[in-house]
Design a protein around this ligand. Structure first.
Ligand SMILES: [Ca+2]
Length: 178
């Protein structure tokens, strides 16, 4: 209910920070985007009932892609997606999204790309029978969209570059088997 108030406070802090720290990262349109302290993250999500968004169970990050904390965070899950900040993940900066509810079925998982990842994704891979993905430019599977699919024995979807239409625009994904 108090979202407008919170939003105003956030804007106030952002403006203050911009004055105090003229060298801090801010995009040309004024959004302050903190750089990620760690470039490799594991985000674990669960299935959502009735078409809702998949709840996030944990997010764990590290500067080391082989760190034990990332391995532990991914235990007993399946790898659903890898999100790339840059096309074909060069230079490398990625988040792996893992699912607690097994491989994709026809309903799959519905993911929010928020925080650092909002409007940053330039490419992705999808695994665990998630061979169809739709990317949307708004958070709850709405707005402009594009669907990608791959029909290979791997039942995966390797989309190192999302293309010019959705580059740096995706804020949510619906991934499923199709
Ligand atoms: Ca990008």
């Amino acid at each position: 209910m108090n979202r407008p108030t919170v939003f105003s406070v956030v804007l106030g802090i952002t403006a203050t920070a911009a004055v105090a720290l003229p060298g801090s990262a801010a995009t040309a349109d004024g959004r302050a985007v903190p750089p990620p302290a760690d470039r490799y993250c594991v985000m674990v999500v669960d299935k959502a009932p009735d078409g809702g968004m998949s709840p996030v169970r944990s997010t764990t990050c590290s500067a080391d892609p082989a760190s034990k904390s990332l391995t532990r965070a991914a235990a007993n899950t399946v790898l659903l997606m890898e999100w790339f900040e840059h096309a074909n993940n060069k230079p490398s900066s990625l988040t792996r999204v893992h699912g607690e509810a097994g491989d994709c079925d026809g309903d799959g998982y519905r993911l929010r790309a928020t925080g650092f990842w909002a409007n940053r994704i330039s490419g992705f891979n999808a695994y665990s029978k998630c061979n169809v993905a739709t990317g949307y430019d708004l958070v709850n599977l709405s707005g402009d969209r594009e669907t990608w699919r791959m029909d290979k024995p791997c039942k995966c979807l390797l989309q190192g570059w999302v293309g010019a239409y959705m580059n740096d625009r995706v804020e949510s994904f619906w991934i499923r088997q199709g």
